[in-house]
Design a protein around this ligand. Structure first.
Ligand code: TNX
Length: 638
């Protein structure tokens, strides 16, 4: 019997061509020669469609899925290698994570063999991926000796109490007791066995005080008593989290931190919107993983989870009125409407979120004070939607356009009426499942040439007096916004939602992601704004320029210090400041087929964004942050 085995190596030489030279080297590590085979590979690079490739023919491609075959008659003998060289690639490859992520070789009899894939090298040099967490720094002198992130607004504490005891509720309002139950359960999930809360120990008296600001709290320490005052459930929750953070810090690093015996902490968030976005379309996330992430958000006092539910590469939410949609578009694999992409194994792979899954997630969030803000990304990023529901295309469309990720004709068409029937059904489902006041409708990265080949779109331009893709998009987003308004919902969109006349500012908010300055511009145009500038808050960006640091870097590298150093609205005029709702991070999941990267990319940058969103700018101090960040939880995925 023959035995087949292969290894797929890859290398990048950035100096050899405009975007570098990419080499794929398939070595036959088995005992039999092979011929007439094909190689399928997914990655984060994309070879330009129609470009010259040395050593191979590109016989099929969709975005980062490539099907390659050797020249006719080529035989790959045992021990020999087949080299493919491409010099026209989509973008400069800057980290090993841009390389092949999944692959399969199909022999002429149909046998499929998965090769061993080695991390992509730089100019032939091997290395080890960087996965180390940042080291703990020393607490700078003059800083209050408490281990609370985000840093509280006012701290004036003295002395220390013994910390071999747990936090216990002495007396409380109903709200405070509910907060105590939720925070103790959270602490037990995040730090099992650490015994932070219990029924006998440091007594906490909870007092309702309507004079305290929304979500704020006041802690008064005495040698044998702690009083926690707040006006609402969120305030009690955050006060209890701060107390638990102090207890942990004082236990683990008594040389720097105390659980105070006297004094006060008074605290309230700078912004009402303290968010994290996660792309659950590019990869498969189980509900349990999302809940674990929410737990870490809550410990950082973050309160908005923006869940990106669809993209070109998948549609995750079951829409009962369109049962075929998720059934088809949530799955990638051979013979599916989507091939494997971004590391998907060469077998059917995906996940559908049904009503019960969403309820579980929403309830988990509500218990932690986190609103789940769903995003349906339209009209762009809809390749798989249009594959699953081809009736949403203009049958007369006669021109090819590609998105930045190389998906062909991937935007819902504003001039196809059934689009709105479909979106009404989607919105009906979203409204039923997500209690959030906000529904995000995407609006990003629609190719400028979208719809130029659509006779219906051209006719609509005439009838409605519109011109070009931006104005068509504005028409489309406004119509969807009015569907949302009927349900009393506010529409969110990425900053491109302002193009071509834009979405109505009333009943909308925009997420500024391109540059720190773009948010200011939007605010001056009258939009409410959430800031998520890629150069500070995109966790998919690598943390150094090192090839072996995982991530992308189209927006540059986002070191922990650059992330922490983000100064929202620092130079905004007063009038624009009033439009700033807050700050959020974004994690796009292209690289997260390897779930082990999750913690490395997210933590402690999550805590850095949380401190920016919560603390007064004058209170921020990177050295103090570095001394505390190692105490913050990680989701532990993968
Ligand atoms: C841009 S940011 C996108 C996403 C990609 C991301 C990768 C935004 C609104 N759109 O489609 O995943 O870059 O960093």
């Amino acid at each position: 019997m023959s035995t087949y085995a292969f290894r797929l190596d890859s290398d990048c030489n950035p100096d050899a061509a405009a975007h570098g030279r990419l080499q794929l080297v398939l070595t036959n590590t088995g005992a039999s020669p092979v011929s007439d085979f094909v190689l399928e590979v997914t990655s984060l690079f994309r070879i330009k469609p129609g470009s010259q490739i040395e050593g191979a023919r590109l016989i099929e491609q969709l975005s980062n899925y490539h099907k390659l075959a050797p020249e006719e008659g080529f035989v790959l003998a045992p021990g020999a290698s087949w080299t493919i060289t491409a010099t026209e690639i989509s973008h400069t490859l800057r980290h090993y994570t841009y390389g092949p992520k999944s692959a399969v070789i199909t022999l002429k009899d149909g046998t499929k063999i998965g090769p061993e894939i080695t991390p992509m090298t730089l100019r032939g040099e091997r290395g080890d991926p960087v996965m180390a967490a940042p080291a703990r720094g020393q607490l700078p002198s003059g800083e209050a000796p408490i281990s609370v992130i985000p840093c509280p607004e006012h701290v004036d504490v003295h002395g220390r109490r013994a910390v071999d005891r747990v936090l216990m509720l002495e007396s409380a309002t109903d709200e405070a007791s509910a907060a105590f139950t939720a925070v103790s359960a959270l602490a037990e999930r995040l730090f099992p066995g650490e015994a932070l809360f219990g029924s006998e120990g440091i007594a906490i008296t909870c007092v309702a005080d309507s004079a305290i600001r929304e979500a704020g709290y006041l802690i008064a320490f005495q040698p044998d008593a702690v009083t926690l005052s707040a006006a609402d459930m969120a305030g009690f929750r955050y006060g209890l989290i701060s107390l638990a953070q102090m207890l942990r810090g004082a236990r683990q690093h008594p040389e720097d931190f105390v659980f105070p015996a006297r004094g006060t902490i008074s605290d309230a968030p700078r912004f009402g919107w303290r968010g994290s976005h996660l792309d659950v379309a590019r990869q498969v996330y189980m509900i349990a993983e999302l809940k674990a992430f929410l737990d870490t958000m809550a410990w950082n006092k973050l309160n908005r989870f923006h869940i990106h539910l669809n993209d070109d590469e998948a549609w995750r939410l079951d829409i009962p009125a369109y049962p075929g949609l998720a059934e088809k578009a949530a799955w990638r694999g051979p013979g599916e409407i989507l091939p494997p992409l971004l590391g998907t194994p060469f077998a059917r792979h995906g996940i559908v979120y049904r009503a019960a899954d969403i309820s579980e997630l929403v309830d988990h969030g509500l218990g932690l004070g986190i609103d789940i803000v769903p995003e349906i990304d339209i009209p762009g990023h809809c390749y798989c939607v249009l594959q699953a529901l081809p009736q949403l295309r203009d049958p007369g469309e006669n021109e090819l356009y590609r998105s930045i990720q190389y998906f062909p004709n991937n935007a819902l068409n504003p001039a196809v009426e059934e689009t709105y029937v479909f979106l009404e059904a989607v919105i009906e489902t979203l409204v039923r499942l997500f209690p959030s006041k906000w529904i995000h409708i995407g609006g990003d990265e629609v190719p400028e040439e979208a719809w130029t080949g659509s006779p219906r779109a051209r006719a609509m331009e005439k009838v409605e007096g519109l011109q070009g893709s931006h104005q068509l998009q504005s028409y489309f987003l406004k119509r969807v916004q009015s569907l949302l308004a009927r349900h009393g919902k506010i529409a969110g969109a990425w900053e491109e939602g302002a193009l071509g006349g834009g979405i109505e500012a009333d009943g909308a908010y925009l997420v500024a992601w391109k540059k720190s300055e773009s948010g200011r511009q939007l605010a001056e145009w009258g939009y409410d704004v959430v800031l998520a500038p890629a150069e500070h808050t995109y966790f998919d960006m690598a943390q150094s320029a090192d090839w072996w640091e995982p991530g992308a870097s189209w927006a540059g590298v986002v070191t922990l210090e650059a992330c922490y150093g983000f100064d929202p609205a620092g130079d905004w005029p007063e009038a624009a400041r009033g439009r700033l709702w807050g700050v959020q991070s974004c994690l796009w999941s292209e690289n997260l087929c390897d779930r082990k990267l999750f913690d490395h990319l997210v933590y402690p940058r999550l805590s850095a964004v949380a401190e920016t969103a919560w603390s007064p700018p004058a209170r921020k101090n990177y050295s103090r942050f570095m001394a505390i960040q190692t105490l913050m939880p990680r989701a532990g995925l993968g």
